[in-house]
Design a protein around this ligand. Structure first.
Ligand code: PLP
Length: 349
C-alpha cells in the first residue's frame, strides 16, 4: 500500500438520509457520474440502493448500463448524454430515463424505440440560460409539440421536464426558474403531463425549497463534498466520505518525498498552498509533481502515513484543497487516477 482512497459507505448512507430529509417532499436522485465522483461506481450504487435510493443520475449511457447491470429492473436511471444513434438504442434497451436536449436526439431516441418495438422514457431539457445543451424557449413550443406527437404514436413517454442551473447567484437561478416554469406550462399546453420536474443540484436543493419540484439531482452533498465558499459540512449535516492517504517514500537532505503526485491526478498547483496531515501534525505540501515533497518535517520516516484530505488528524476536505487553487471539491476527487486503489469501510457483510 502506498496510496489509497478510503471510502466510508456508512458515511454515504447517513449523508443520503440527510439529503432525503433536507429535500423532502421532493425525491433525491443520486448523481453517480465520473465513477461516482471518484468513489467507485459499484459499491456506491449498491449501498445507495440498499438505503432506498431509487433514482440514479448516470450522465452517460455506459455508466447507465453499468448501474442497470448492477441494480436490476427497479432502479430509475437518468442519462443526459446520448451522442449517437447507437447510444440511443442502448438507452432504450436498458430502459434508461433519457434526458433529451435537442431535436436530433429526440428523433434518434424515437427511431430507436420504434426499431426495438419499445417505448423510450424521456425528460425534455429546456435551456434556462446555462447554454449547456437544452432547447431554447423560442424553439420549445415546436419541440414539445413534436414530443407530444411521438408520445401519441407510442414510441416515447414524456415523464419529465428538466434543466440545470449554475447555483452561483440567486438572481441568475431565479431567472432560470422563471424560464423553467414557462417551459413546464408550455409542455402542459402541448398536452404533455410530465410527472417529474427537476432543476436543482446539491446547493439549490438544500438552500432553496422553491427549486425542489419533484426530483432533485444530488451529487456532491451525498459524498459530503461542500460547495466552495459555501456552508460547512456541519451546517449542511453531511460528512466527507473519502480519505486520501499516502506514505513517505523517501527522506533525504532536500526533505521528504511522498507517494502521490501529479501522475495520480493531484493538481500541481496545490504545491506550497496547502497542509497535509502527518503523525507530527500538519506540514506544508511543498510541491506536487512526478514526485511530491512535504517540508518542515524533520522527524519523518519512510512509511509514515500522510493524509491529503479526510481523516481525523487533518480534517482537510477536497473543497479546502480546491479553494486554495480556485477549483471545486468534486474536481479534486474526480481527477484522482482510477489506478489509486479504493478501499471500502462500512461494507455490509
Ligand atoms: C453533476 C450534475 C449534478 C449534480 O451536481 P452536484 O452539485 O454535485 O450535486 C446535477 N445535475 C447535472 C445535470 C449534473 O451534471
Amino acid at each position: 500500500m502506498s496510496t489509497v482512497l478510503t471510502v466510508d459507505l456508512d458515511v454515504i448512507a447517513s449523508n443520503l438520509a440527510r439529503v432525503r430529509e433536507a429535500v423532502a417532499p421532493a425525491e433525491p436522485m443520486l448523481v453517480v457520474k465520473n465513477n461516482a465522483y471518484g468513489h467507485g461506481l459499484v459499491p456506491v450504487v449498491r449501498r445507495a440502493a440498499s438505503e432506498g435510493v431509487r433514482w440514479f443520475g448516470a450522465f452517460d449511457v455506459r455508466t447507465g448500463h453499468a448501474v442497470r447491470a448492477e441494480l436490476g429492473d427497479d432502479a430509475r436511471i437518468f442519462v443526459w448524454m446520448t451522442a449517437s444513434r447507437a447510444e440511443a438504442d442502448q438507452s432504450v434497451r436498458d430502459r434508461l430515463d433519457i434526458g433529451v436536449g435537442d431535436t436530433a436526439v429526440l428523433e434518434d431516441v424515437a427511431q430507436a424505440a420504434r426499431a426495438l418495438g419499445s417505448r423510450a422514457r424521456i425528460h425534455l431539457k429546456i435551456d434556462t440560460g446555462l447554454h449547456r445543451n437544452g432547447v431554447r424557449l423560442e424553439e420549445w413550443p415546436e419541440f414539445v409539440a413534436r414530443a407530444a406527437q411521438l408520445a401519441d404514436e407510442g414510441v416515447v413517454e414524456v415523464v419529465g421536464v428538466w434543466s440545470h442551473i449554475a447555483e452561483a447567484s440567486d438572481d441568475e437561478d431565479d431567472a432560470a426558474r422563471r424560464v423553467f416554469d414557462e417551459a413546464v406550462s408550455a409542455a402542459e399546453t402541448a398536452g404533455l403531463a410530465p410527472e417529474y420536474r427537476h432543476l436543482a443540484a446539491s446547493a439549490a436543493s438544500f438552500a432553496r425549497p422553491e427549486f425542489r419540484y419533484d426530483l432533485v439531482r444530488v451529487g456532491a452533498f451525498a459524498y459530503g463534498i461542500r460547495s466552495a465558499g459555501g456552508s460547512t459540512e456541519d451546517e449542511l449535516g453531511v460528512r466527507l466520505a473519502a480519505r486520501l492517504d499516502t506514505e513517505v517514500t523517501g527522506v533525504d537532505a532536500r526533505g521528504v518525498t511522498i507517494g502521490v503526485g501529479a501522475l495520480d491526478g493531484l493538481p500541481s498547483t496545490l504545491g506550497g498552498r496547502v497542509d497535509v496531515g502527518t503523525p507530527s501534525g500538519p506540514r506544508t505540501l511543498e510541491s506536487v509533481g512526478d514526485e511530491s515533497r512535504v517540508s518542515g518535517w524533520a522527524s519523518a520516516s519512510v512509511g509514515d502515513v500522510v493524509t491529503l484530505f479526510g481523516g481525523a488528524e487533518n480534517e482537510k476536505s477536497p473543497t479546502d484543497l480546491a479553494e486554495a487553487i480556485g477549483s471545486v471539491g468534486e474536481e479534486i476527487l474526480v481527477r484522482l487516477s482510477p489506478l489509486i486503489p479504493r478501499r471500502y469501510e462500512g461494507v455490509e457483510r
